[in-house]
Design a binder for this molecule. Structure first.
Ligand code: ARG
Length: 582
C-alpha cells in the first residue's frame, strides 16, 4: 500500500473511532500551502450527516491527530477545513520506501480482465489524426491498467468490411481486369499484387470519388462488398492481399507511436459469428423487418432522447458497422469472457456504441456484470481551430503530421549531435513525445488546438521539456556514480524545495487512481509537469554534486533518483520513450 493511502487509512480509523461513519478520509494537496501542505475537507459532509457543525468535528479530529508524530502544523481554517503538514522524518521514511522500489508508490486495483478496442485503422484508407488519439489514449490506458494490476488485451479492430473494400476491389478490376482472381474459374491460385503502398494511397480516394459520381459504380462497390462479406474466393483473396499491403504502413505508424496490440483482428473476423448471432436474436424474438432491413428495437421506457433501432442486416443483405461490433462482442465473450470491454473512438461515435451496448445487454450476449464502456475523445485541430490541413489545404494524414512535428524538433536539436542517423532517430523520438504529450494534456473529451512549434519547444509544458529534464537527472546520477555513489543514504532534508518535491511524489498514487477512474491521461500529464518543474526548481537552487554536506548530498541523490524513476514510469505509461541524449 502506498504511503499516502496508509495515512488516509489511519486518519479514517481515527474518524471512525470518534464515532462517525465514513468510507474514506481524503487527503488533498492544499490550495494554501502557507497553512499546511495538505488538507482534509471531510468535516463538512460529516457535519451534514450528523446534524452538527463542521468546526466541532474538525476540532475533535485535530485533537486526535495531534497525538500522531507524523503530523505537524495542524490547524483549522474557515468553517472546518483541516490543514496539516508532514514531519521531516515522515518524508524521509517515505523517500526510503520509494527508494526500495518505485512501485511502492502505486496502489493496485482489484484485478479484472479488460479488452481494450483501440487504434481502429481502416484498411486501404489513410490514417488521420483521429486515429492518432485512439492509439495514444488506448495504449496509455492499457499500460496504466496493466500497471494497476489488470489483465488487459488490446485489439486494433481494423476496419476491413466496409464499403471501401468493394470500392478498392472494383477499382482494381477496372485497372487490372486480367488478374486471376477476376476469372470465372478462379481456384485460389496465388498471384502478385500489381500495386505498391504508394499506389494504394491513391486508389481508395479515386475509387470513392468515382462511386460518388456514378450510381452504377456505387452499386458495383456495394455488391462486391457484400460478396466479400460472404466470402467470395476471388474478391476475398484480392482484398486480403490489399490488406497485407495496407498493414505495412499501418504497422509502421503504430510502431512509431510506440503502440502495440495483442490482437490484430478486424471486422471481418467477426463474420463467423454473424449467422449464429442472428439466429439467436431471432429465437429470442428480438428482430423485426423494416423496409427490407433487419432491425432490433432497443428503446427503453426511461429514454428521454430519441433512440433509433439498431440495423443488423441492410435491405441488400449486407452487414454493417453495428452488426460487426455486436458479433465481435459475441466472439470476445466466447473466447475471453472479459469483465469489461472498452472502446476508444471519436465522441461522434457515442450513439453507435450506445446502440450496440443496448443490443448486447438486451439480448444477454453479455451478462449483467459485463461492463461495456465507450471512451470517447475530442478532435485535435490545427492552429486555426479547424481540422488539421496540410500547407496546401489537403487532408492532414497522420504521417504528414508526424513529419511536420519532426521538422520542428529537428530544428531544435542539440548541435553537438552531428551523426546524421542519430539526429534522425533522436528527433523522431522527441517529435513523438511532443505529439503524444500535447495529446494527453487536455481532458480526453475536449477538442484542442495543436501548435507544432509550441509543443516541440524545450520550454513550457511540453514533451521535449520533460525529456530534456529527465535526461539531465539521469546524467546527474551517472556523474554521482562515477564519484562512487551507487546507493544513497537518506538522512536529512533542507526542508525547502526538496520537501515540495516529496509532497508531490506522495500524491502520485492518487493521480494514477484518478486517471484510471476517468480514463483520461490529463492528470498524469499535468503531474509529470509539476514534479519535473518542482524538481528543476530544486535543482537550480542547490548544487547537489558539490554539496559539502554529505548527508544532504546522498539524500538529494536519492530524491533525484526517485523523481527520475517516477518520470520513467509515467512517461512509459504515456508511451513516450526517453532518448539517451538530446
Ligand atoms: N474503424 C473505426 C473508425 O475509423 C474505429 C473502430 C472503433 N472500434 C469499434 N469496435 N467500432 O472510425
Amino acid at each position: 500500500m502506498s504511503t499516502i493511502q496508509n495515512v488516509e487509512k489511519d486518519i479514517t480509523k481515527v474518524v471512525k473511532d470518534l464515532g462517525y461513519e465514513i468510507d474514506k478520509v481524503n487527503l488533498v494537496p492544499s490550495g494554501r500551502r502557507e497553512l499546511g501542505e495538505f488538507q482534509i475537507n471531510d468535516a463538512f459532509s460529516l457535519a451534514k450527516a450528523n446534524h452538527t457543525n463542521p468546526r466541532e468535528i474538525a476540532e475533535k479530529i485535530v485533537a486526535e491527530l495531534k497525538k500522531d508524530a507524523r503530523f505537524e502544523n495542524l490547524n483549522i481554517a474557515g468553517a472546518g477545513f483541516i490543514n496539516l503538514s508532514f514531519s521531516e522524518s515522515f518524508y524521509l521514511e517515505f523517500l526510503k520506501e520509494i527508494q526500495k522500489d518505485i512501485k511502492n508508490n502505486i496502489d493496485l486495483e482489484p484485478t479484472k480482465k479488460i479488452i481494450i478496442d483501440y487504434g481502429g485503422a481502416n484498411v486501404a484508407k489513410i490514417l488521420h489524426v483521429g486515429h492518432l488519439r485512439s492509439a495514444n489514449i488506448g495504449e496509455a490506458l492499457k499500460r496504466l491498467t496493466r500497471l494497476l494490476g489488470m489483465e488487459v488485451i488490446g485489439d486494433v479492430h481494423l476496419g476491413d468490411s466496409g464499403l471501401q473494400a468493394g470500392m478498392v476491389v472494383s477499382e482494381m478490376m477496372e485497372r487490372y481486369p486480367d488478374l486471376p482472381c477476376f476469372k470465372e474459374n478462379y481456384q485460389g491460385e496465388s498471384f502478385l499484387l500489381p500495386i505498391t503502398s504508394e499506389d494504394l494511397s491513391e486508389i481508395y480516394p479515386e475509387a470513392s470519388k468515382k462511386a460518388k459520381e456514378d450510381e452504377n459504380k456505387m452499386k458495383l462497390a456495394q455488391e462486391i462488398t457484400y460478396q466479400i462479406q460472404k466470402g467470395h474466393l476471388g474478391y476475398c483473396t484480392l482484398w486480403n492481399q490489399v490488406k497485407e499491403l495496407s498493414l505495412i504502413e499501418i504497422k509502421k505508424i503504430y510502431s512509431d507511436l510506440n503502440t502495440t496490440f495483442e490482437l490484430w483482428e478486424g471486422e471481418l473476423d467477426s463474420f463467423q459469428y454473424i449467422p449464429g448471432m442472428l439466429e439467436y436474436l431471432k429465437d429470442k424474438n428480438l428482430l423485426e423487418i423494416s423496409e427490407g432491413a433487419t432491425i432490433m428495437d432497443i428503446k427503453k421506457e426511461t429514454d428521454k432522447k430519441e433512440m433509433p433501432p439498431i440495423i443488423l442486416v441492410t435491405s441488400n443483405g449486407a452487414s454493417v458497422y453495428a452488426t460487426t461490433d455486436l458479433a465481435t462482442i459475441v466472439g470476445r465473450m466466447k473466447r475471453f469472457s472479459p469483465d469489461e470491454i472498452w472502446y476508444l473512438a471519436d465522441n461522434r461515435q457515442e450513439l453507435h456504441f450506445e446502440q450496440v451496448f443496448r443490443a448486447s445487454k438486451k439480448s444477454n450476449i453479455t451478462t449483467d456484470e459485463t461492463k461495456l464502456e465507450f471512451i470517447g475523445f475530442g478532435t485535435m485541430n490545427g492552429p486555426d481551430g479547424k481540422p488539421f490541413k496540410t500547407r496546401d489545404g489537403g487532408v492532414m494524414t497522420l504521417r504528414d503530421l508526424i513529419n511536420l512535428v519532426n521538422e520542428e524538433t529537428r530544428k531544435r536539436l542539440n548541435p553537438m549531435i552531428t551523426d546524421e542517423e542519430e539526429q534522425k532517430e533522436i528527433s523522431k523520438m522527441i517529435a513523438i513525445a511532443a505529439l503524444k504529450y500535447a495529446d494527453f494534456l487536455p481532458f480526453r473529451t475536449t477538442d484542442y488546438i495543436f501548435e507544432p512549434s509550441k509543443f516541440a519547444d524545450l520550454e513550457g509544458k511540453t514533451g521535449p521539456y520533460l525529456l530534456y529534464s529527465t535526461i539531465r537527472m539521469k546524467s546527474l546520477l551517472k556523474k554521482a556514480k562515477n564519484e562512487g555513489y551507487e546507493t544513497y543514504e537518506i538522512k536529512k532534508l533542507k526542508n525547502e524545495t526538496d520537501k515540495e518535491v516529496l509532497e508531490s511524489l506522495l500524491t502520485m498514487p492518487k493521480v494514477l487512481k484518478k486517471a484510471y477512474d476517468t480514463k483520461s491521461l490529463n492528470d498524469i500529464a499535468e503531474f509529470l509537469y509539476k514534479i519535473t518543474s518542482t524538481y528543476n526548481k530544486f535543482y537550480s537552487e542547490n548544487h547537489i554534486l558539490t554539496s559539502k554536506d554529505e548527508e544532504l548530498k546522498t539524500s538529494w541523490l536519492a530524491l533525484t533518483d526517485s523523481v527520475y524513476k517516477t518520470n520513467l514510469l509515467l512517461l512509459d505509461i504515456l508511451g513516450i520513450e526517453v532518448p539517451e541524449k538530446m
